[in-house]
Design a protein around this ligand. Structure first.
Ligand SMILES: C[S@@+](CC[C@H](N)C(=O)[O-])C[C@H]1O[C@@H](n2cnc3c(N)ncnc32)[C@H](O)[C@@H]1O
Length: 266
């Protein structure tokens, strides 16, 4: 029998390769960001409100733009990511912009071993849970990292979005809404630059909404709300249309593209 691949090692190598390409891409607007443009989207800005003076832990922070955007709004931030290239660039940006965020390179599931303090807010967004095989340890870690009264907020692509294989010209529904088996994809390019010659090799997992909710409630968190939306801030599927407010929607709106969830530690 073939040995099981080291999923996190393969994903880490791919994310390390992506960082440079993403930092140079139109999608991430790095030069505008450096001049003060926020990378945060309306869903999280509205949900978290005034973060000034709050301690905020950002899970799967990529190269730190969202973390540093929260820092600019006055939060005291720690960003965590698996990719050492991502964390190195985040640290450079923090220094260049003279902000006060801290960045830690680790598997998000091992955050509690690497980040000792607790937080008023734990935040994560857009393309995160699909890299984790099981959400139970993720929920447990989130509960461990929150102060009593602290808030967890996630804005994420809806599980239905991940049922499609969009390496096909016309996306076809191919993967189970909550299938347990790992999904392996290998392709040239990356979402922020499809013309790039890097080869993305990725292991991912689909998680239904019940899995997200149960992981958090079983860890002791109280769900305040779960919302589903037609409008995505990112052009996540082929053939989406851009709205006048810069969001992306499908023509027929047959299913949501985004969910948001807020939970508190009582
Ligand atoms: C799509 S990005 C997150 C999106 C983020 N909002 C952004 O665009 O800035 C996914 C991030 O998850 C990170 N990641 C993947 N698997 C991880 C893991 N097991 N632990 C920590 N970070 C992980 C990747 O390195 C990458 O930075």
């Amino acid at each position: 029998m073939d040995a099981k691949p080291d999923y996190f090692k393969v994903n880490k190598a791919t994310w390390n390769d992506k960082v440079k390409v993403h930092a140079a891409s139109d999608m991430y607007h790095l030069e505008d960001f450096k001049k003060g443009k926020s990378s945060l989207m309306p869903y999280e800005l509205e949900a978290l409100g005034d973060v000034s003076g709050k301690r905020l832990l950002h899970l799967q922070c990529h190269f730190g733009q969202d973390t540093l955007s929260w820092s600019r709004l006055g939060a005291k931030c720690v960003g965590v990511d698996l990719s050492d290239a991502g964390i190195a660039l985040a640290k450079d940006l923090n220094a260049e912009l003279q902000l006060d965020a801290e960045f830690v390179c680790c598997n998000v599931l091992e955050t509690s071993a690497h980040v000792k303090e607790t937080f008023d807010i734990v935040f994560t967004s857009y393309g995160v849970i699909g890299w984790l095989p099981d959400l139970k340890p993720w929920g447990k870690m989130i509960a461990e990292k929150l102060n009593t009264g602290g808030v967890f907020f996630i804005a994420e692509f809806h599980p239905i979005v991940w049922m499609f294989d969009y390496l096909e010209a016309k996306p076809i529904m191919k993967y189970g809404y909550m299938q347990e088996e790992v999904i392996y994809e290998e392709y040239e390019g990356t979402y922020a630059n499809q013309d790039s010659t890097i080869v993305s090799k990725e292991y991912g997992w689909n998680h239904g909404l019940s899995e997200v909710i149960n992981a958090l409630t079983e860890a002791g968190l109280h769900i305040e709300y779960l919302n589903e939306y037609d409008a995505s801030p990112y052009d996540v599927l082929p053939n989406l249309e851009e709205t006048t407010s810069g969001m992306y929607v499908s023509r027929d709106k047959l299913y949501p593209l985004i969910f948001t969830l807020k939970a508190t530690k009582l």
